[in-house]
Every structure is written in structure tokens, then in C-alpha cells.
Design a protein around this ligand. Structure first.
Ligand code: AMP
Length: 213
């Protein structure tokens, strides 16, 4: 399957993407994970992205499009992909449309995960992420078996730098201003699927029904 997962930070895009990869071998492509990897490795991309990310601001569109142009043409994308955190702005969505035409790819849908703001705030402040494999935990509802250690790969589980209260509040404002308009963009393209995303299992079932899996 080839899907865009839209929704605020903390709406569950990453969790849903990971569940969907198990169904048909589609790969999760998270621009946030790619950027965090680049920051950790200290690459040129990482250096350019770091300050924007730490403040909860968006990284410039040109950098993101450069990453995605390469990533979408890698071999593993032939099995399908779940775009998690991309596109994030109208220019990114417009450029993605052109890129997909160029490479002859077609998306099944843009799925908009709708979650109330209180739920999002609670999820983001209690969320913890594995620095090794990106697995997501929650200190209240799904802690790792050993505190601070990933069940899956044994690496450290931490609170992300951009999950301080100040950065979260900025990320939600940026989302409302720059990313929320993408729902209308994809509605006009006839591709939008709106789902109530309070339960990730229900989201996965709705997506499977929609694309006939
Ligand atoms: P995420 O893990 O998707 O919440 O992304 C973490 C941070 O990476 C965001 O707050 C942005 O600073 C940056 N980022 C990720 N994806 C994008 C994107 N498509 N466009 C611009 N910035 C992005």
C-alpha cells in the first residue's frame, strides 16, 4: 500500500505506520526519524536541520524534498510505503505530486488521523522513544519492561528534545498553521480518508477496509 499519514504530532502516525508495515511489507518512511538519524550522526543535513527541530519548527522544504526524492526511489519502496510526517506543508504536497508523476507512482490515500488536542498533549508529554530503533513507548500506558531500555533492541529509551512543553506547544501551533491545511488539499484531490484516531487498532482496520486488504 502507498499512503500518506496526516495528523498532528502525537496523533499516532508512527504507531499506525509500524502496524501497517506488518501487513504487506510496505516500509515506514518517517522524515522525523531520518532527520534525527542525521543529527545523531552529525552529517551536513543533520547540522542544517538541528536548530529547527529543537525549537519545534519545520525544516526548510528544499531539504525535505531532497531527502524524499532519493528515498522514494529506493528499492524497498516497490513493496509500498507509509509516509509518516511528510508532506508537512502545501509546497511539499505540491512537489510530492510532481515527483510521483515523474517516477510513475500513485498513492492509495491520504489518511487524516483525527485526535482531540487534550489527548495529543497527554500523549506527547508521556511519550518516550528508543534512540536505536525508534520504537515508541509511553510512561503511563506502555512503558518498556526495564525502565529506560528498549524491549526490542536494548538501546536507550528517552524523551525527545522536542518533547519539552514549550517545543510541543510550538509544534502544535506550527501544525495548525502549516500542516492542517493539507487535509483540504487532499480532499480536493479526492484522496482524503478521515479517521477518528483515538484507537490505533481501529485506524488500521479502517485503512484495511478502505484499500481492500
Ligand atoms: P516528527 O518526528 O515527524 O514529529 O518530526 C520531528 C521534527 O522534524 C519536526 O518538528 C520538524 O522539525 C522536522 N520534520 C520532520 N518532517 C518534516 C517535514 N516533512 N517538513 C519539515 N520538517 C520536518
Amino acid at each position: 500500500m502507498k499512503l500518506i499519514l496526516l495528523g498532528a504530532p502525537g496523533a499516532g502516525k508512527g504507531t499506525v505506520a509500524k502496524m501497517l508495515t506488518a501487513i504487506d511489507g510496505s516500509v515506514q518512511i518517517s522524515t522525523g526519524d531520518i532527520l534525527r538519524g542525521a543529527v545523531k550522526e552529525g552529517t551536513e543535513l543533520g547540522k542544517q536541520a538541528e536548530a529547527f527541530m529543537k525549537a519545534g519548527d519545520l525544516v526548510p522544504d528544499e531539504l525535505i524534498m531532497g531527502i524524499m526524492k532519493e528515498r522514494l526511489q529506493e528499492d524497498d519502496c516497490k513493496a509500498g510505503y507509509l509516509l509518516d510526517g511528510f508532506p508537512r506543508t502545501i509546497p511539499q504536497a505540491e512537489q510530492l505530486k510532481v515527483l510521483l508523476e515523474e517516477i510513475g507512482d500513485k498513492l492509495d490515500a491520504a489518511v487524516n488521523l483525527d485526535v482531540p488536542r487534550e489527548v495529543i498533549l497527554d500523549r506527547l508529554t508521556t511519550r518516550r522513544t528508543c534512540v536505536g530503533c525508534g520504537a515508541i513507548y509511553n510512561v503511563k500506558s506502555m512503558p518498556p519492561k526495564v525502565e529506560g531500555v528498549c524491549d526490542k533492541c536494548g538501546a536507550e529509551v528517552v524523551q525527545r528534545d522536542d518533547e519539552t512543553e514549550e517545543a510541543i506547544s510550538n509544534r502544535l501551533d506550527v501544525y495548525n498553521e502549516k500542516t492542517a491545511p493539507l487535509a483540504d488539499f487532499y480532499r480536493n484531490e479526492g484522496m482524503l480518508m478521515d479517521v477518528n484516531a483515538t484507537s490505533s487498532d481501529a485506524v488500521v482496520d479502517a485503512i484495511k477496509a478502505k484499500i481492500g486488504l
